[in-house]
Design a protein. Structure first.
Length: 335
């Protein structure tokens, strides 16, 4: 009886040990997968504000703190500075857009040197700057109209016209192919930034051909109807659940978008008439700033921008290194 009990005990211990080993291996594998699902960015003050991607899975990330643009391989996680800080007289880089048809990487540049962003001796006005998508060589720079404009995010239409949101004003601006300056595409008091806050932010075209934009501080989502290539009615879309600091907006499918909220989540937004519903895909991000889609994966930048903009946090340090994260989209989320 004693021998039998001893054998049973040894077998039980062995089974427990095996289960612990399997569990430990699984946990280690999950940790390794989680680590492989993110890419560390160079720069102690990178503060990534926007990212974009090309069809082959290459990611481009604009750095608000250190300036310049980083290029990363979403498959191998290889990363390097693609556009150096200060190239073509750029300052802090916000919105970025890879326009493969025009072989151009567009970037929003703003002078945030007063907050610790990169400074230079060149023009300090807000500008849309284009770089060669293959080499990173500067192609052109177009200043935004007005002395206090703030270029934030970028979209392109089927004809190659570029649209940018001006976070300091009430207008969406458009730069037509072959033009030398911006024109006002759509303007509305609904877009005006509140005192001490940011206005227009994310921008994307829907499959319906209309333009959709977010307002950051006010937490708004709007549709701008497009008829004959011109802006028509501006409609604020409504939801039972308000958005908190909605930032980047990227088209996902018919009447649906990917959206990041600065409060910490990546959402799927479905538009139905003049209403929308936002469903979290993943939360827990530290102040996410942008999203781009590569196949069935969404990549999210973790900006931690309060450490840059909030003077009360200047003595504190963000979590380093700055990272972009891969979020798998299930079938329902990716269509």
């Amino acid at each position: 009886m004693v021998v039998a009990s001893s054998v049973k005990l040894k077998r039980s211990v062995a089974r427990v040990a095996m289960a612990v080993a399997v569990l430990s291996s699984a946990v280690s594998s999950q940790a390794a997968i989680a680590e492989a699902q993110s890419i560390a960015l160079p720069g102690l003050r990178a503060f990534p504000e926007s990212l974009t991607s090309t069809a082959d899975g290459t990611l481009f990330i604009g750095r608000l703190g250190d300036g310049g643009i980083v290029r990363a391989n979403s498959r191998s996680a290889d990363v390097a500075v693609f556009v150096p800080s200060g190239a073509s007289e750029t300052r802090s880089i916000l919105g970025v857009l890879a326009d493969e048809r025009a072989n151009t990487l567009w970037a929003c540049s703003n002078d945030l040197s007063a907050l610790g962003g990169p400074s230079g001796s060149g023009d300090s006005r807000s500008a849309l700057t284009g770089f060669d998508l293959r080499t990173g060589a500067a192609k052109r720079s177009v200043p935004l109209p007005g002395p206090h404009a703030f270029c934030n995010d970028i979209a392109v239409d089927a004809r190659g016209a570029i649209y940018v949101t001006d976070s300091a004003g009430p207008s969406i601006l458009r730069f037509l192919a072959g033009a030398s300056r911006f024109e006002v595409f759509a303007s509305s008091p609904l877009f005006s930034p509140p005192q001490g806050g940011f206005g227009l932010d994310g921008i994307a075209f829907g499959l319906d051909g209309n333009v959709y934009v977010t307002t950051y501080t006010a937490g708004g989502l709007f549709r701008v109807d497009v008829k004959g290539g011109r802006a028509d009615r501006v409609t604020q879309l409504h939801s039972a659940t308000p958005l908190t600091r909605p930032d980047a907006l990227r088209m996902l499918g018919e009447n649906s978008f990917l959206l990041v909220e600065g409060s910490g989540s990546l959402d799927r937004v479905d538009v139905n008439g003049d209403a929308f519903a936002a469903a979290p895909i993943r939360g827990g991000f530290r102040e996410p700033t942008s999203v781009t889609r590569v196949g069935s994966t969404a990549w999210v930048s973790e900006g931690q921008l309060s450490f840059f903009f909030d003077r009360s946090r200047k003595s504190q340090s963000p979590s380093l290194p700055f990272r972009v994260y891969a979020v798998p989209l299930n079938k329902g989320q990716s269509q």
